[in-house]
Design a protein around this ligand. Structure first.
Ligand code: LMR
Length: 319
């Protein structure tokens, strides 16, 4: 091949977007990523190729952001709990009992405050391209949890978040920060007693097979931010960046609907499996969890910003 032939080939090389995530394919994030890949192919043909790596195959959430800044991966959607090395404000989303439901979360995320938070890591080289829901978290454990005192002395796996650490300390439990890929084995070998997660993660990673009790606590939110590196994103030609962003927006709307459906369907599948008991709290029992966990807000209000917390809380009102 001539020199010119090699150059011509190189010029036609597609732009590759590696999208790494840690959950199973049959989850809101897994399905959103596949939808994004298909939409990019539809809009841009061979010009841009999205490669999706699920199940922590390429990077776990503890490494993916560093890898992104090094250019080894172009997109990821870590849980909002996993950005604490890059910004303080996203810790907002971990505050227990902040949002009543996903409608309130939507109202806040679409507000000016919510949208501004997408750019809270720009000075570190990361850009948020949009939010994706998973859903409200439930508590699972090896023993039944009805009131906070039931968690006393138990070890819970948490994501790498200081708010979540404080939340479990507030009920006199021992929180242990561990990557998602290790949770099943930690539960199975009884190295930990429990964990908090959404119905979709508890179902798709089979946590319900190794946790005899799940308390439907809806005590916190597990949502994601799709992020990319500023360097990669600003380096894309406009006629590529715009259709990629349009594909992502469409995929996120699709993923957000899947999140709502899966919270119902996957809970149902867990209930039907007969593998564990789902505990529904009485209003009085739930009020006890609120009373013990909510004071955690005070510890973090300075770092997050009181006004931001107030704006998020106000999103529960429909006016
Ligand atoms: C977890 O670590 O529990 C979650 O962040 C996993 C995920 O991405 O949903």
């Amino acid at each position: 091949m001539t020199v010119f032939g090699t150059l011509a080939l190189a010029a036609e090389d597609p732009i590759v977007i590696k999208f790494a995530h840690v959950v199973a394919e049959n989850t809101p994030k897994g399905k959103m990523a596949e939808k994004f890949k298909a939409l990019v192919a539809e809009k841009l043909g061979d010009q841009v190729v999205v490669e999706v790596y699920p199940n922590s195959q390429l990077f776990g959430d503890d490494k993916v952001l560093e890898a992104m800044l090094l250019g080894d991966v172009q997109m990821a959607a870590p849980a909002l709990s996993k950005f604490s090395r890059y910004t303080d404000v996203l810790a907002l989303y971990d505050l227990p009992f902040l949002f009543e439901d996903l409608d309130a979360v939507d109202r806040f995320q679409q507000s000016d405050e919510g949208q501004t938070m997408l750019l809270s890591m720009q000075d570190k080289g990361l850009i948020g391209l949009g939010y994706l829901h998973n859903g409200m978290k439930q508590l699972s454990a090896s023993t039944p949890l009805r009131v906070p005192a039931d968690a006393d002395g138990l070890k819970f796996r948490i994501m790498a978040s200081d708010v979540l650490e404080a939340q479990f300390k507030a009920v006199d439990a021992t929180p242990v920060k561990k990557p998602f890929s290790e949770v099943f084995t930690l539960l199975q070998t009884k190295a930990i007693d429990g964990q908090e997660n959404t119905w979709s993660n508890i179902y798709s990673k089979k946590f319900f097979e190794v946790q005899p009790y799940i308390t439907e606590s809806n005590h916190g939110l597990l949502d994601y931010m799709v992020v990319t590196s500023d360097e990669f994103w600003s380096g894309l030609p406009d006629d590529v960046r715009e259709p990629v962003k349009a594909a992502l927006d469409e995929a996120l709307a699709y993923g957000n609907q899947i999140a709502r459906d899966k919270a119902i369907e996957d809970k149902q599948k867990i209930a039907e499996s007969g593998r564990c008991e789902i505990i529904e709290l009485t209003p009085e029992e739930r009020a006890q969890w609120v009373e013990v966990m909510k004071p955690v807000w005070d510890e973090f209000q300075e770092d997050i910003g009181v006004e931001l917390i107030e704006a998020a809380y106000a999103a529960n009102q429909t006016d």
